[in-house]
Design a protein around this ligand. Structure first.
Ligand code: G1P
Length: 293
């Protein structure tokens, strides 16, 4: 079965981005000249996704405004002959073409698993991609495509993985694995944000997954943690793997750009700005001129 739908959970509190995230939701923070969400939608589109379900907070639907057509602005740009800007505006409209967007609400921040579960009805009984709003993957083949290809043969949940240096390990979900083929692993355990001693490997979970109806079944019956949350990694680890269910991991080909806190967001911005065909060369000159490094 082809993967045609994607869930994008963006209902978190974005505390690491305060105070600005009070007025500019994290998914709309720019990377170079486009918001983080645009990179994620672009990856989805290039991966053949036709339907995107956002999981939103009740008081933040601004992403929907961003994606709406804006004929008035287009008209003004045409009249003023601002062709360059008009092209950029139209590119966004083009990106949204042939994708249907819908949303569900997560009323309280009760974990990523709980957020994903809110989208269950709209997803129905089929496998779905899940794309976390903190992660951009700069790659030749879009990350969701890479996962979907693996899913085509294994028909089980697939988690995107990347190798991390030691110091980063305590900030992510880390997996214990059995290697099956090049870049392809059977997941044995997942520990969310382990200490270095606890970490079963250097392979971290990137926020990209292929989820099957069975994952939703487990999310539905999961008991919330003491904090009242349902955490996807814990449901995989404590429920599915324990029941002998098979979950695969695939080490993504590409550069994982994290945007989970201000420093990581700045680094990702720097990386993609310096790589950008329009702005990169001039920015590199600027760095030389100013002798800032
Ligand atoms: C989440 C996941 C974690 C994963 C990370 C990737 O963490 O829980 O397993 O490694 O995304 O960005 P969070 O960003 O919520 O801290």
């Amino acid at each position: 079965m082809e993967i045609k739908k994607a869930i994008i959970p963006i209902a978190g509190l974005a505390t690491r981005f305060l105070p600005l995230s009070r007025v500019v939701p994290k998914e709309l923070w720019p990377i170079v000249d486009a918001p983080i969400i645009q990179y994620i939608i672009s990856e989805a589109k290039q991966s053949g996704i036709k339907e995107i379900v956002f999981v939103l907070k009740p008081d933040n639907k601004r992403v929907l405004d961003y994606l709406k057509p804006c004929p008035k602005i287009e008209k003004i740009l045409k009249e003023k002959k601002k062709e360059d800007i008009l092209t950029e505006v139209k590119n966004l409209q083009e990106l949204c073409k042939n994708i249907s967007f819908s949303y569900v609400l997560q009323k309280n921040p009760l974990g990523d698993g709980h957020a994903i579960l809110q989208a269950a009805k709209l997803v129905g009984d089929e496998p779905v991609a899940c794309m976390f709003g903190d992660d951009i993957i700069d790659s030749k083949i879009p990350a969701v495509s890479q996962l979907a290809k693996v899913f085509k043969t294994c028909q089980k949940p697939v988690i995107a993985l990347d190798r991390l240096p030691k110091e980063k390990i305590p900030h992510y979900g880390i997996v214990g694995v059995e290697k099956i083929a090049n870049r392809f692993f059977k997941i044995k355990k997942i520990i969310e944000k382990p200490s270095l001693e606890q970490a079963p490997s250097d392979l971290a979970v990137i926020g990209r997954y292929i989820l099957t109806p069975e994952v939703f079944y487990y999310l539905k019956k999961a008991k919330p943690t003491k904090k009242g949350e349902i955490i996807l990694a814990e449901v995989f680890n404590n429920q599915m793997l324990r029941d002998g269910k098979v979950v695969y991991g695939y080490e993504i080909e590409g550069k994982w750009l994290e945007c989970g806190d201000k420093l990581r967001w700045l680094k990702s911005n720097l990386y993609l700005s310096l790589k950008h065909p329009k702005y990169g060369p001039e920015l590199k000159n600027y760095l030389k001129e100013t002798k800032i490094i």
